[in-house]
Design a protein. Structure first.
Lengths: 582, 755
């Protein structure tokens, strides 16, 4: 029937009409009036559902507000995540809440006889999935707040809510390391972190936080909890199985369930699924640079001291060059570091966190380090300058009043402060309480770089200055220390390595799965450095200029190698996390 | 506002608390541009504190366009356009809650891959190119007419959806069959609830899910068979948790799902032993005389045959095969029998099975013989999948003639023809082929042209590789969709850009028979048109505009639907237009003119069969049984695992054409396809959690990640259907009665993948 119909020339206006109709929005005219009826009624409609999920009064002294999550009620729908995202007007991919999953069950095949499939689950033991919704835990001792160098966090004295001051944040991301729960989220667009504030603005008018309002199963509540709890009992040692140790920050969220989860049977769904952490490359370069910088000063002073004991005086020019070199390297590092800041213009407030933040301390101490070093350089440079200028130095400069030892004193002062700065650098990472960044893992690496880098760089410097023996000894020192450092690393990261705890194993897996190229390059550059340094150490005694060149190559490849090592330090850091998903 | 001040939870009761000294703004910036970005203000309209981006000058409510729960979403409207949404507090379905998909319903409308103009492929192998609507529609008509001329009218077919409103389904069905002369058309609803339809029709005499969501709250024993509402229908689970009776919850599922965990009894049966398990439970109930004799006598047929049939299915017999203990089976039977109000619910675990119809009927039988129907908290209740699967059952004009009439009945054809004002000769006297038969028709060169509307067979159809090949064999494939990037749209010769949910009007019917309204609150992108408008244009270009003259707006079709429903079990003549639907929070069918006269407003929670009158001629329900059959592709030495498939997370919808567009939803599920495998099996194969594996069936081979979890049984593996790869493995087989694909049973092998 229809097949016999001709193709009809249509009414040309129909399509226009349809397209035009499509752009007309009718819902408001036709249907919204009825809803508009309660426009002036300000009480939130949802209140009827969430009223009993909030405390009746604000917390009193010795109390604070906290999330309480009923694990039995949570069915894993994750509406809380999207409601938080929507109702708080977050960015397209920003979420302050996260829901992970614990897989619970007996993993040991010995208890499961494969020949006979289990006769129903109730008899064969438990197997279960437990979704875990998590946001900021508004800790009693917040890592983010303690770490923040600019006081961009505050813990509200009444509610205990940990709030982030978005306009104060410099985007250093240190809080993302200090928070064991990965709560602060960095936004590339804004250049700052943001985080859950328990919907402070809603609580201030008696409304429930978005997640509380939106949970179909009423699994999230706000409760008043006493502060100053002790975390001695083992049940309190982590929020849920596999979570970070609660003693780090004393989180206040409570996860309640009729039957507690046996941590021996639970593992996160993303078990063994560690991801490569951020490289923080500006920080890696900064660390290596400042460490090498201080190392150069240390080595120069060492050589000068030994030489003085032997009755030889190192020319002031050599000292000056060493100081300038140390200064330049450190300064390059300190110059690169702010590149990782999202809001570098706000950086001047970095001293505000001195009382609690190692980052603040590092910034201030290393700042002083380059200051004093600059003074030392100035003092050493004065005579040179005098020779250089035709008219000599201006007469108002009390050149004669400056004692000759002051330059050396300034350099020694710079070394002491520099060492303190390096210690602060190390403490930045140690303070996160990540197992792989513990003192025994961090201090040898950081100060190792200082010694090795300092020795290698000053070896080539001494070689160029004609102090072949010193250069040779320094090169040997550098090589020996580097070999020790490499052996230590090989025992942890090497393909056949067996040392270490589960963190080391996870980190090793991660490196071999994802970062093996970096690891190989780091090692290869180190071997190049060793070969050149060894050959250079001998050659310099015979052919000073050529030897110096070899040592310079050794130093350069060492510095590259150490930068890679430091990037690996950041990228391969695995740590306890709240349960995630595959 | 005064109320709010009293409730301030951030100010101390006694104002004595000492605040630490605050640094000046210069040193510590407590306010500023960035802080203001997250500022909340009183939203009025009952919204509470609201972010500026969602500040509304009006609100209106629309039914969600994802699943059949049919939640009410409160749209925040500013200057006529929706700027955000929150779940509607007053809506009787969801009581102020929504799942993540609903929360993000507007977000996915702004995706970059929205189809904004028609796309035409000049010839096979050529790229798709933008064309204007005039060219697109002329090509549409000339190509389809040419095919019909050459191969007969019936060689062009359509595949529709459960995702568009009733009015559009009715228009499409009428246009395709009465206007364009097609005979065959089916919907993706074949994949989700055909089994429930067939089971209800045979048992009750009409496709009539009898329940209302209030039954979740009223029941004291809820039985979920092949159903995981925690993940599939989280807002229904919300209603279960609101049940104050401390109910017994019995879950039949081979996996230890979220719902199974929350159950008081989890019957972790072997896959496809469900029919036998239900017969065993029936056997125990009959043997112990725990039946409602009066009800059986008065309201059912076939009890003797049922009793005889289930006799051999003793718990002892069924225990071994099902992997359940005798005790477990008996206890479940006892709980169901002794409940004051037991309700039995099923979803895709039952529907997507080669013996699904009989399994669903075994559930219906249990409800009938224990008298658990027609009372609060009871029923044999199919939980439907898509937002308008229920609408498609009544209005798609595919298996049934519009409004659940019969194509085979001359009387029905005449009635429909007279209401539509068309010649009854234009109405075919036989129903459409089912989906699988249409696909087979392509293979047999019986179908040469196909019009696909709002569905994605190249991803979702069972044995996907074969389906894709067949789609490529078509002379002309038209895909009408919101997105030009769906797996099917990229295969199309012509893509017609469609407006989506929120950009058009119409009604959906949810799982509890509730008509809900959708609203036009967003402008469609580019030249995209509502499916309704596209059908109007096609009618015009095809040369049959006069046939649909009355249907100039969705509400006009709704009026026709009302006329068609008059005097029938699904009567909706009492509904006073869209406006009343909006005011009442949706209205459940039936709501006849008589009902409307008797009551001023429809009650919000109504269930069927309170009077024990079923819809067969004799007013009785039928108890239907059949011998279970073995699964066609059981695991063997070469393919040692049984692959189950299903919903993965709440945040993923079907083939992800919409949900895949939301970045925040993307954070809520694994980005890579994965297979769930028992720790014992993983160890045997030598894989660990997160490792890459290859899953191989007789039809395909796919690379996925291993998720090692004891929630699947040893010997079984599970893959979510949302990832494109899954259906490359599945075995094409069907329930013989409902023709629904049996997605959840095929044999696979798993080998580690070397990375």
């Amino acid at each position: 029937m229809s097949a016999t119909l001709p193709v009809v020339q249509p009414n040309p206006t129909l399509l226009d009409q349809l397209l035009q109709e499509q752009q007309q929005l009718t819902a408001v005219e036709e249907f919204s009036q009825w809803h508009q009826g309660d426009a002036d009624h300000d009480a939130p409609a949802q209140e009827q559902y969430y009223r009993q999920l909030l405390p009746a009064t604000p917390p009193g002294p010795g109390q604070q507000l906290a999330f309480e999550v009923d694990l039995d009620a949570c069915s894993g729908c994750k509406a809380c995540v999207v409601a938080c995202h929507t109702m708080n007007g977050l960015e397209e991919d920003e979420a302050w809440r996260k829901v992970g999953t614990l897989v619970i069950g007996d993993e040991d095949p010995a208890t499961q006889d494969p020949a006979t499939p289990p006769i129903d689950s109730q008899q064969s033991g438990i197997a279960a999935i437990q979704h875990v919704t998590t946001a900021c835990h508004h800790c009693e001792d917040p890592g983010c707040l303690n770490g923040c160098p600019v006081k961009a966090y505050e813990k509200d004295p009444i509610t205990g809510i940990v709030r982030h001051l978005d306009d104060q944040c410099i985007g250093c991301k240190y809080c993302t390391m200090m928070c064991p729960y990965e709560v602060p989220q960095y936004s590339d667009r804004l250049g700052i972190v943001r985080k859950c504030d328990m919907c402070y603005q809603r609580l201030a008018v008696g409304e429930a936080p978005a997640c509380v309002q939106s949970c179909p199963n009423e699994a999230i509540k706000i409760r008043i909890v006493p502060t100053g709890r002790t975390l001695d009992s083992p049940e309190l040692s982590t929020l849920v199985p596999s979570a970070p140790a609660s003693q780090i920050t004393s989180p206040t969220t409570r996860y309640v369930a009729e039957q507690p989860i046996d941590p021996r049977l639970a593992r996160p769904q993303d078990d063994r699924m560690d991801v490569v952490a951020e490289s923080h490359w500006p920080l890696a370069l900064m660390l290596v640079a400042t460490q090498v910088g201080v190392g150069v000063l240390v080595c120069e002073s060492l050589v000068a001291g030994v030489a003085a004991i032997g009755g030889v005086a190192i020319p002031a020019t050599v000292t000056l060059i060493a100081a300038v070199l140390g200064f330049a390297v450190s300064h390059v590092g300190l110059g690169i570091a702010p590149m990782h800041l999202g809001q570098p213009l706000r950086m001047w407030r970095v001293f505000l966190g001195l009382r609690t933040s190692w980052l603040s301390r590092e910034a201030v101490v290393l700042g002083k380090f380059v200051g004093i070093l600059a003074l030392g350089i100035g003092l050493y440079a004065l005579p040179e300058l005098e020779n250089y200028l035709d008219d000599g130095l201006p007469s108002w400069l009390p050149v004669d009043a400056i004692p000759s030892w002051l330059g050396r004193a300034a350099l020694l002062g710079a070394i002491v402060i520099g060492l303190a700065g390096l210690y602060c650098s190390a403490m930045i990472y140690i303070a996160t309480q990540r197992q792989l960044w513990r003192p025994a893992r961090t201090l040898p690496r950081f100060f190792g770089t200082m010694v090795i880098g300092g020795a290698m760089v000053s070896a080539s410097l001494m070689a160029f200055a004609g102090f072949s023996a010193a250069a040779s000894w320094l090169a040997v020192l550098g090589v020996v220390c580097l070999i020790v450092k490499l052996i230590g690393e090989a025992r942890l990261f090497g393909e056949t390595a067996v040392d270490g705890d589960t963190y080391d194993q996870r980190s090793r897996n991660l490196i071999h799965k994802r970062l093996v190229k970096s690891l190989r390059l780091r090692n290869w550059l180190a071997y190049v450095s060793i070969v050149f340094a060894v050959v250079g150490a001998f050659t310099v005694l015979l052919l000073a200029g050529f030897g110096a060149g070899l040592l310079a190559i050794a130093a350069a490849s060492l510095i590259f190698s150490e930068c890679l090592e430091r990037i690996l330090y950041f990228q391969s850091v695995v740590h306890d996390r709240m349960p995630g998903t595959l | 506002m005064s109320l709010a001040k009293e409730n301030d939870l951030t100010k101390p009761v006694d104002a004595e608390v000492k605040r630490p000294v605050r640094l000046p703004q210069l040193l510590q910036a407590r306010t500023g541009k960035m802080t203001r970005q997250l500022l909340l203000e009183p939203g009025r309209h009952g919204l509470g504190m609201t972010h500026a981006s969602m500040k509304a000058d009006q609100t209106t409510t629309a039914t969600c366009g994802y699943c059949a729960t049919g939640c009410g979403l409160r749209l925040h409207v500013r200057d006529g356009q929706a700027v955000g949404l929150t779940p509607e507090t007053q809506y009787p379905v969801n009581l102020g809650m929504a799942c993540p998909k609903g929360w993000e319903a507007l977000e996915v409308l702004d995706a970059d891959d929205r189809a904004t103009s028609p796309l035409l492929r000049a010839g096979k192998g050529q790229p798709q190119e933008r064309v204007d609507w005039d060219t697109a529609l002329k090509t549409f008509v000339s190509r389809f007419k040419a095919i019909q001329e050459q191969h007969g009218d019936h060689s062009v077919a359509f595949l529709s959806t459960g995702q568009i409103p009733c009015e559009e389904m009715a228009y499409l069905g009428a246009l395709a069959k009465f206007g364009m002369g097609m005979l065959h058309g089916d919907g993706n609803t074949r994949q989700c609830m055909a089994t429930a339809v067939t089971a209800y029709k045979e048992s009750f005499g009409f496709d009539a899910p009898p329940y209302t969501y209030d039954d979740f709250e009223q029941s004291d024993c809820l039985v979920f068979v092949g159903s995981n509402p925690c993940i599939g229908h989280p807002i229904m689970w919300e209603r279960v948790l609101r049940n104050q009776n401390d109910p017994e919850i019995i879950v039949l599922d081979p996996r230890r799902t979220e719902t199974a965990m929350a159950a008081t009894q989890h019957l972790q049966l072997q896959p496809k032993s469900d029919l036998e398990v239900l017969y065993a439970i029936t056997q125990v109930i009959i043997e112990n005389g725990w039946i409602d004799r009066d009800f059986i006598e008065a309201h059912t047929n076939g009890f003797e045959a049922l009793a005889k049939h289930v006799q051999p299915y003793t718990p002892e017999q069924v225990a071994q095969r099902s992997g359940l203990s005798v005790h477990t089976l008996r206890r479940a039977a006892e709980s169901i029998a002794h409940a004051k109000a037991a309700s039995l619910w099923w979803t895709m675990g039952v529907n997507q099975s080669y013996q699904g119809t009989r399994t669903a009927q075994a559930i219906i039988n249990l409800a009938l013989i224990t008298g658990n129907i027609g009372r609060p908290g009871t029923g044999a209740n199919s939980i439907t999948g898509q937002c308008n699967a229920m609408g498609s059952r009544l209005w798609s004009n595919t298996t049934n003639l519009l409004g659940h009439h019969r194509f085979e009945s001359a009387e029905d054809r005449n009635r429909v023809a007279s209401i539509l004002g068309i010649d009854s000769q234009r109405i075919p006297d036989q129903p459409s082929w089912s989906y699988d038969r249409i696909i087979e028709g392509i293979k047999n060169d019986e179908i040469k042209g196909l019009w696909v509307i709002a569905t994605n067979p190249a991803h979702s159809w069972i044995d996907q590789d074969q389906c894709r090949e067949l789609l490529d064999q078509l002379d002309f494939l038209v895909v009408q969709d919101m997105y030009h990037s769906t797996e099917t749209a990229v295969q199309a010769d012509l893509v017609l850009p469609a407006a989506g949910w929120g950009e058009k009007e119409g009604t959906f019917i949810n799982s509890e028979r509730r008509y809900g309204l959708l609203k036009k609150v967003r402008k469609a992108p580019g030249e995209a048109l509502a499916d309704f408008q596209i059908f109007r244009a096609v009618a015009q270009y095809w040369g049959v505009p006069e046939m649909f003259e009355k249907w100039d707006a969705p509400e006009a079709v709704f009026q026709t639907m009302q006329e068609l429903s008059a005097g029938r079990p699904n009567d909706l003549t009492g509904i006073d237009g869209y406006r009343q639907l909006d005011q009442c929070g949706g209205i459940q069918w039936p709501w006849s003119r008589d009902d409307a006269k008797r009551h001023r407003t429809p009650e919000q929670q109504r269930r069927l069969f309170a009077d024990g009158k079923f819809l067969h001629q004799d007013g009785k329900a039928r108890l239907i049984v059949e011998r279970p059959s073995p699964m066609p592709e059981a695991p063997c030495e070469d393919y040692p695992f049984l692959l189950l498939s299903g919903r993965g997370t709440v945040s993923q919808w079907h083939t992800q054409t919409r949900t895949g567009k939301s970045l925040v939803l993307g954070k809520l599920y694994p980005q890579n396809p994965y297979v769930e495998i028992h720790p014992h099996d993983a160890k045997q194969i030598g894989i660990a959690n997160g490792d890459g594996v290859t899953v191989i069936s007789r039809r395909g081979k796919v690379d996925v990640l291993a998720m090692v979890t004891p929630t699947v049984q040893s010997g079984q593996v599970f893959m979510p259907m949302h990832y494109e790869v899954t259906n490359r493995l599945t075995l094409s087989h069907f329930d013989p009665h409902s023709r629904q694909p049996s997605f959840k049973d095929c044999a696979v092998a798993i080998v580690p993948r070397v990375s």
